[in-house]
Design a protein around this ligand. Structure first.
Ligand code: TXA
Ligand code: MG
Length: 312
């Protein structure tokens, strides 16, 4: 563990530091240092060309990174610091390692006090993808980060992340705002502030978070509708499968059962810890009961679909 002052020094000397945000833990690098960014891609095992989000200390930093219009100012004013990433046209000096060579850049101001302090102490943008190996489950505790990267990575411990799923990403680089990745802030909330519609559910091919295999446990994972839950669990156990379940219904045949929280916020807060627990349980299948529809559940359902889609 390191202090926030030490963490800022490490970032300034082009080293990597894992730190908490209100969404998930990030693997941080000075976003103006090609050396630091190269280390970040290397450690995460992330293919080059996948853009990273830059974390800012204030909305006042926006013009250093992007062309800022009234829509961006409006959303930053309303939702920053908080779990919202704005995709905007980049400034020319932004490194290709940040943008993946695109003409846009993803920016957000995190709400976790340690994240804000870290970025403020560094005084520059911090590039931070989720602190997991590429394609694996995002970390929401310091222990999760340790299990991904071991003891040697400098780590700032800020407890369990409040939100639990990654930030909402909204693309403002074109005429029509579009949510590229659902998160705690909904398309409806964005539209209310902007005063015009924001499309959602449209997956942009440029957002690798849109790859189906992301956020996946190693154990094969299936989503099951509530009505088919009892027979599915029963049949699979009869076929000799050991089942780890996240569901509201308990059948009694599960090897491990985790009760699914009934509120979307609680479900999201615990989601990645629950997936990690089930993945570590040495079962043949992880079965997850599909949570309800509706906008409040959109981010959770999105991450569950990705968790269950490996091999597709
Ligand atoms: O909540 C979060 O956003 C967390 C915490 C650490 O802040 N970060 C995070 O980073 O989820 P990462 O790298 O795991 O996911 C970043 C997503 C990717 O899907 C990436 O493609 C997208 O943001 N992204 C970044 N810059 C983009 C851009 N210029 N255009 C489109 N998508 C972009
Ligand atoms: Mg990620």
């Amino acid at each position: 563990m390191v202090t926030v002052e030490r963490a800022a020094e490490l970032l300034a000397s082009q080293e990597l530091v894992a730190f908490p945000t209100e969404t998930v833990y990030g693997l941080g690098a000075d976003a103006t240092s090609a050396t630091a960014l190269a280390k970040l891609y290397e450690l995460k095992g992330r293919p080059l060309g996948h853009p990273v989000i830059v974390h800012l200390g204030s909305p006042d930093w926006l013009p250093d990174w992007a062309i800022v219009d009234e829509r961006a100012r409006c959303l930053a004013r309303a939702f920053w610091p908080g779990p919202l990433t704005l995709v905007l046209k980049r400034q020319p000096q932004v490194l290709d390692l940040v943008t993946g060579g695109q003409d846009t850049v993803g920016l957000r101001m995190p709400a976790h006090p340690l994240a804000l302090e870290l970025v403020t102490l560094l005084g520059r943008g911090v590039a931070a993808p989720s602190a997991n190996r590429f394609g694996r489950i995002s970390p929401t505790t310091a222990a999760h980060v340790r299990s991904e990267f071991g003891e040697h990575l400098p780590l700032l411990d800020g407890g369990a992340c409040k939100v639990g799923v990654e930030s909402t990403i909204v693309d403002l680089s074109g005429p029509q705002p579009a949510v590229l990745r659902p998160g705690a802030i909904s398309a409806t909330q964005l539209a209310e502030k902007l005063g015009f519609p924001v499309s959602s559910g449209k997956k942009d091919v440029r957002a690798p978070g849109g790859l189906k295999s992301h956020y996946a446990p190693v154990t094969p994972t299936r989503l099951v509708s509530p009505s088919r839950w009892p027979e599915t669990v029963t049949e699979m156990v009869e076929q000799g499968q050991r089942i780890g379940a996240l569901s509201s219904q308990k059948i009694g045949l599960e090897t491990v059962w985790i009760e699914a929280p009934s509120a979307a916020e609680d479900y999201a807060h615990n989601l990645y810890a629950n997936l990690r627990r089930l993945d570590a349980a040495q079962v043949d299948w992880i079965l997850i009961e599909l949570p309800p529809g509706g906008e409040a559940w959109e981010a959770v359902r999105d991450r569950l679909r990705r968790a269950a889609s490996q091999g597709d």
